[in-house]
Design a protein around this ligand. Structure first.
Ligand code: PMT
Length: 263
């Protein structure tokens, strides 16, 4: 064999080896992409009978979890109390209070590539929980509230460059201004703005319309549509992967969680 043929053969083998490494790296990368999602409300007990909460039904967060599972991601869903059926094929972590949610989020966040903070966290809790039922003897009754930890802000402080952090904002007025402020203050990559003063969207509804704003100045508006559809659009925008393509079966995107979820 000529020296030149030998050299060509070696070069070919090196090329094959490089292709093999790239394919394996891609397969490994896709299989290990983890998405952390928080959904639903948190509840803050006042006494054994009453609590403070908000109107979140969990529908938006659960729709996003289902979209991520179908697209082949490994999904961790941390959820406040809702009436919804748990999405199959994900690690489901139920919580009640903002402080429970903080604990679970901090435990799972280091393993996440993308985090969607859809949950409507109660901003305040009572300063002192009453272990006995409070009697309604007085006409006026004051509760002292203290601020809950801001989970998203904490994540913004500890996030690595490789992680994508997506916050949600529910606003009644000056939505874009407040959303941009939150994006900056909480060091987010994206914020999804819900204008909750609009009728038949947002809290509790099957429909939603949102504006996505990115830290590099993009502003994308999604018209009113089913939360299920919107979730796919949000995922597609944040990951820049065409969602319809990811739905096709592919060995590189296959993972046990999503497979079990489809059974
Ligand atoms: O659950 P649905 O009925 O489907 O309704 C969906 C929704 C309207 C609840 C959802 O789309 C939404 O907008 N969620 C965010 C609501 C909210 O809490 O917005 P906020 O502007 O108060 O908070 C901004 C962000 O900070 C949110 O990502 C929130 O999760 C986070 N936060 C807030 C307070 C706090 N103490 N800790 C937090 O992490």
């Amino acid at each position: 064999m000529h020296a030149r043929q030998r050299t060509n053969r070696v070069v070919n083998r090196i090329e094959y080896f490089v292709i093999f490494c790239n394919v394996t790296k891609k397969a490994f990368y896709m299989k290990t992409q983890t998405i952390l999602i928080t959904a639903g409300p948190t509840i803050e007990p006042i006494d054994p009978m009453r609590h403070i909460t908000n109107h979140s039904s969990g529908k938006m967060g659960y729709a996003l979890a289902r979209a991520c599972i179908r697209a082949g991601y490994r999904v961790i869903l941390i959820s406040g109390p809702t009436q919804l059926k748990k999405p199959g094929g994900c690690l489901f972590v139920p919580v009640k209070t903002a402080r429970d949610m903080l604990k679970e989020v901090l435990c799972h966040f280091p393993h996440a590539d993308i985090c969607f903070k859809v949950a409507a966290v109660a901003d305040y809790r009572v300063s002192k929980f009453s272990s006995r039922k409070i009697k309604k003897t007085r006409d006026r009754f004051n509760l002292t509230l203290i601020k809950n930890p801001d989970i998203l802000k904490k994540l913004g402080q500890i996030k690595k460059n490789s992680q994508t952090l997506v916050g949600f904002a529910a606003e009644t007025h000056q939505g874009v201004t407040y959303a941009r402020q939150k994006l900056k203050e909480k060091n987010l990559d994206w914020i999804v703005l819900n204008e909750i003063s609009k009728k038949n969207v947002g809290f509790g509804s099957d429909l939603n319309e949102v504006t996505l704003i990115s830290s590099d100045g993009k502003k994308i508006k999604f018209q009113r549509q089913k939360k299920e559809e919107l979730a796919k659009q949000i995922l597609k925008t944040v990951t820049k992967v065409p969602v319809d393509q990811t739905r096709r079966f592919s060995f590189t995107r296959f993972n046990l969680f999503s497979f079990l979820g489809r059974l």
